[in-house]
Design a protein around this ligand. Structure first.
Ligand code: G3I
Length: 429
């Protein structure tokens, strides 16, 4: 989706308006039930032009029973954002914490399938409404290993992160897809482990667009905070400060100002989010870690951020989400062509299909795919499937059938069994 860059407030006098002048957003994590508290919403609407749900879009919240989705709180936040010109960060599709009980008890391919289905269903529900998704949150270990954190998701296979990113891209091609983590404030073993993963994803065409640096900070800031953001940006991803809060004390305002200046100095740093609005809304309790006190007054830290935003120069120019090239190049003749890119694991797969219109364009299209024996389609998005085994036909849905010459539509499906060796054929009408 296109990010909202303006608010009703005058430029330079609020966090959101000042960030927007620099082509960036300034956001807050929102506890959705507080949207009915006017003291809270007054500050939110005046100062911020981006929101993220503090808890309500997490797996335990929106899929409390397997296959039973409840998006009511998340939808409420999205409506509030749309009504007030705010962009929305989505947090988070997969995380080792705040999983529903039914998922906590699963493992192996059953968990992998459930997780990918969760990614697909949630990203599809919010398709077109999310600026950036935290597709995977906190998958790396603390300490010096630079490796992955142990979790039920990690035990389904090291490729679970890329499987999640591919499924998210297929479900919402317009959202930027982020990896998000904490204790990554500076160049250290953990941030380097993540850096290596992002570099690997970029080299293999795994769709990743951004990295979130939570930045839950203490009383000092790593001297290489900006350099760390920059080394990720140099890999070709956006960077975002996603959960900023800072321990109270003499240095709080200085640290807030320094983080803001670091973001503005990195052309691919697209925005900053604080993890709450007022000190008393914060998960950090007596740390008084936010920009507004419990009475809603602006703190010194607020002024430091606003001054840094107003003093900053430059506007980021960041490309839209990019989908990796298909594994098989589409043929150039015929009314349309189709290519499939496959993401498989033991017992299942997600197929992302690109349909490219030929020189006459299309009014509609059909793609036939013959599945290997034993495979079956369990779930389809952005197309309508006929059949689930053998030769399955996928027809366009109403918004993606009409293509001009060379235009591309994408759809996807998830299956059980092996999807290896599928060759799609496309027919245009
Ligand atoms: O809503 C229930 C309430 O009904 C119940 O009475 C109460 C009793 O414990 O719990 C309430 O739920 C709590 C929820 O916050 C809402 O307040 C959960 O117990 C509590 O675990 C949950 O904490 C959240 C935490 O993530 C979970 O790990 C925090 O609000 C939230 O700020 C925090 O956010 C995380 C990010 O998602 C990821 N990065 C770190 C960040 C801070 O921990």
């Amino acid at each position: 989706m296109t990010m909202a860059m303006t608010t009703g407030a005058s430029a330079g006098t609020t966090l959101g308006a000042s960030a927007a002048e620099k082509g960036r957003y300034f956001g807050a994590a929102v506890a959705v039930n507080k949207l009915s508290t006017s003291a809270y919403t007054t500050i939110l609407n005046r100062e911020f032009n981006s929101v993220v749900a503090e808890n309500e879009m997490k797996w335990a919240s929106n899929e409390p029973q397997q296959g039973v989705f409840n998006h009511s709180s998340g939808d409420r936040l999205v409506s509030h954002a749309q009504a007030n010109g705010m962009s929305v960060r989505g947090h988070t599709l997969l995380w080792h914490a705040q999983q529903p009980g039914w998922a906590q008890g699963m493992s192996g391919s059953a968990l992998r399938n459930a997780a990918i289905n969760h990614v697909t269903q949630v990203a599809t529900h919010y398709r077109g409404k999310i600026y950036a998704w935290d597709v995977v949150n906190e998958a790396f270990a603390d300490g010096g290993s630079g490796g992955r954190r142990d979790s039920n998701l990690q035990r389904t296979g090291n490729d679970w992160i890329e499987a999640a990113f591919r499924a998210a891209r297929a479900a919402d091609p317009g959202a930027k897809l982020c990896y998000n983590d904490y204790n990554t404030d500076g160049i250290n073993a953990k941030s380097t482990g993540i850096y290596n993963m992002v570099r690997d994803f970029k080299s293999r065409g795994v769709p990743i667009d951004c990295v979130g640096f939570q930045s839950h900070l203490g009383t000092s800031l790593a001297s290489d905070y900006q350099a760390n953001l920059q080394r990720f940006a140099d890999l070709g991803v956006d960077v975002q400060i996603t959960e900023l809060d800072v321990m109270t004390g003499g240095n709080q305002a200085n640290i807030y100002g320094a983080v803001t200046r670091a973001c503005l100095a990195v052309s691919r740093c697209t925005g900053i989010t604080t993890w709450g609005v007022r000190d008393c809304d914060s998960w950090r309790g007596s740390d008084n870690a936010l920009l507004f006190d419990c009475n809603g007054n602006k703190k010194a830290a607020y002024t430091a951020v606003l001054n840094a935003l107003n003093a900053g120069t430059g506007t980021p120019t960041t490309p839209p989400p990019t989908t990796p090239p298909p594994t098989t190049p589409p043929p150039t003749t015929g009314g349309c062509s189709a290519s499939v890119s496959l993401n498989s694991w033991n017992g299942g797969f997600v197929a992302s299909v690109k349909v490219t219109a030929g020189s006459a364009g299309t009014n509609g299209w059909n793609v036939s795919v013959t599945l290997p024996s034993g495979a079956s389609v369990t779930n389809t998005w952005s197309a309508t499937a006929s059949g689930s085994t053998g030769t399955v036909r996928f027809a366009n849905v109403d918004y993606n059938g009409r293509l001009t010459a060379g235009q591309v539509a994408e759809f996807g499906f998830q299956g059980t069994g092996s999807g290896t060796g599928m060759t799609p054929t496309c027919t245009a009408s």
